[in-house]
Design a protein around this ligand. Structure first.
Ligand SMILES: [Zn+2]
Ligand SMILES: [Zn+2]
Length: 396
C-alpha cells in the first residue's frame, strides 16, 4: 500500500502563517486529510527546532512522530530557505526546500548557517548566498540531504521564475546540478507544463501544499510506494519512482495567468504578448505568470511522463455544493461529519464510490464526480489572486 506525503509546509514561525500551527495540530490534520508523512517545516528556526527535538521521537529510520507505539503521522524534517543574491549582473531570488535525514544533521546545518545569518527572524530565513554555494555546503555536511527547488516557476522567488530566476537548473547550480534530483511544481503549475521543457526531463516532479495553515495541508501532495523511512522516500525521489502527484488545477494557483492585481487586469500569455508585456491600465510591466514562463522555456510538446491527479480541497467542494463560504459553520460541520463516516479527505475525493457519496448527498456525489472527470470551469489566478475552479453542475 502506498502512502501520501506533503513535504513542504510552514510553522507558526514563518511570516503570515496561522498562530495555531503547532505539531499536534499538524498531526491531527494529517490524519483528517489522509497524509502519512508531513514535513516538519522550518527546521532552521531555533525555537521551532528546539520544539522538534523535545516533542518528536524517531519512530522509523529518519522519520519522527509525536507518540511512540504505533503513530499515525510521521514527520520528515523539512525547511525552506529564501536565497537573495547577485549572479550574472542580476538579482536572483530562489527558494529551496530542504529535507534532512536526522535531527543531528539539522543541528549541524543550523550551526553552520546560524554563524552567518539571522535564523530567528523568519521560519523561512533569508540568506545572502547563491543556491550553488549553499547547496554544496549543505551536501558537505550530509550528502543525504535532499535539495529541491521550490514552486519552480512562480514569478518571484523561484529558480525558473520570470522576475528573478534562471533559464535552467544548470545555470543556477553549475557543478552542483548532478546532486539535485527533483523540482516542486507549485500550485500554479502542473506536470504537463513541466514536461514541455526538455531540460527538466531528468528531474522527479514533486507537489506539496506549502501550507501556511493546517487546514491547507495536502492541497498538493505525493503518493509513494516505498518503505516508510527517510531513505525509502529519498530513494524514490532520487530514482524518480514517485507513484503520482496530487495537483491543484493549475488555474487555481495565484500565478497562473499574467496581470496586475491592483489594476484588475488578468491576461492569458498570447494577450500579454500582443501588449508587449505592458499593463493596458497603468502601462507598467505585467507580472508574468507561470503559464507565460512555461511557454518561454518550452521546447517541445507536452509528454505525459508522471501520473497525477487533480484535486480540489473538500471544503471548496462543499462550499460549492452548499452555496456558502468555505469557512462557514455549515461547511465545517459537514466536512468533519463526512470524514468521520467515510474516512480521510483524500479517500472521499478519490476513492469513495459515487453511490456511497450519493447516499450522503446527491449533489455532493455529482460534484465529486465532476472533479474526478475534470469537468470544471476554470477562472485562472494572476498576480497573487487565487483562481477559481467551478465544478460542473455545482456553480448555480
Ligand atoms: Zn517558497
Ligand atoms: Zn497595471
Amino acid at each position: 500500500m502506498g502512502f501520501f506525503a506533503d513535504l513542504h509546509i510552514h510553522s507558526r514561525y514563518s511570516r503570515s502563517t496561522s498562530p495555531g500551527l503547532e505539531l499536534p495540530e499538524l498531526a491531527r490534520w494529517a490524519v483528517l486529510k489522509g497524509l502519512r508523512v508531513v514535513g516538519s517545516g522550518d527546521f532552521t528556526h531555533p525555537l521551532w527546532f528546539s520544539g522538534l527535538k523535545t516533542s518528536l521521537h524517531e519512530t522509523v529510520p529518519g522519520l519522527y512522530s509525536l507518540e511512540t507505539g504505533r503513530p499515525r503521522t510521521f514527520f520528515i524534517l523539512s525547511a525552506e530557505i529564501s536565497l537573495i543574491y547577485k549572479q550574472g549582473g542580476r538579482v536572483r531570488k530562489v527558494h529551496l526546500l530542504l529535507l534532512a535525514p536526522s535531527l543531528a544533521t539539522v543541528e549541524r546545518i543550523n550551526t553552520a548557517l546560524g554563524r552567518r545569518y539571522n535564523l530567528t527572524a523568519d521560519g523561512r530565513p533569508i540568506l545572502g548566498i547563491s543556491a550553488r554555494e549553499i547547496s554544496a555546503e549543505i551536501l558537505a555536511i550530509d550528502d543525504r540531504v535532499l535539495i529541491i527547488p521550490a514552486h519552480i516557476w512562480t514569478p518571484w522567488f523561484s529558480l525558473l521564475g520570470s522576475r528573478s530566476g534562471f533559464d535552467s537548473l544548470e545555470e543556477c547550480f553549475a557543478e552542483v546540478t548532478p546532486f539535485i534530483h527533483a523540482v516542486e511544481t507549485g500550485l500554479s503549475a502542473d506536470p504537463p507544463m513541466l514536461a514541455r521543457v526538455s531540460s527538466l526531463q531528468p528531474y522527479t516532479i514533486l507537489s506539496n501544499s506549502d501550507a501556511h495553515s493546517a487546514a491547507n495541508l495536502g492541497r498538493e501532495a505525493n503518493e509513494f510506494a516505498c518503505p516508510l523511512s527517510y531513505d525509502g522516500i529519498a530513494r524514490a525521489i532520487r530514482e524518480n519512482s514517485v507513484v503520482r502527484t496530487i495537483e491543484f488545477f493549475p488555474e487555481q494557483g495565484k500565478y497562473h495567468h499574467d496581470g496586475h492585481r491592483l489594476c484588475g487586469v488578468s491576461l492569458a500569455p498570447d494577450q500579454t504578448r500582443k501588449l508587449a508585456g505592458l499593463c493596458p491600465v497603468c502601462g507598467k510591466p505585467l507580472t508574468l505568470g507561470v503559464l507565460y514562463r512555461a511557454g518561454e522555456l518550452a521546447d517541445r510538446e507536452a509528454q505525459n511522463r508522471v501520473p497525477f491527479t487533480y484535486q480540489i480541497p473538500l471544503r471548496q467542494v462543499l462550499s460549492q455544493v452548499l452555496h456558502c463560504g468555505e469557512n462557514s459553520q455549515k461547511v465545517s460541520r459537514l466536512y468533519f461529519a463526512l470524514i468521520e463516516r467515510l474516512g480521510p479527505e483524500f479517500t472521499i475525493l478519490q476513492d469513495t464510490p459515487l453511490a456511497v457519496l450519493a447516499a450522503e448527498d446527491e449533489k455532493l456525489a455529482a460534484a465529486i464526480q465532476a472533479m474526478r472527470e475534470n469537468r470544471v470551469q476554470r477562472q485562472p489566478g494572476y498576480d497573487g489572486v487565487y483562481g477559481r475552479i467551478t465544478l460542473a453542475g455545482a456553480g448555480g
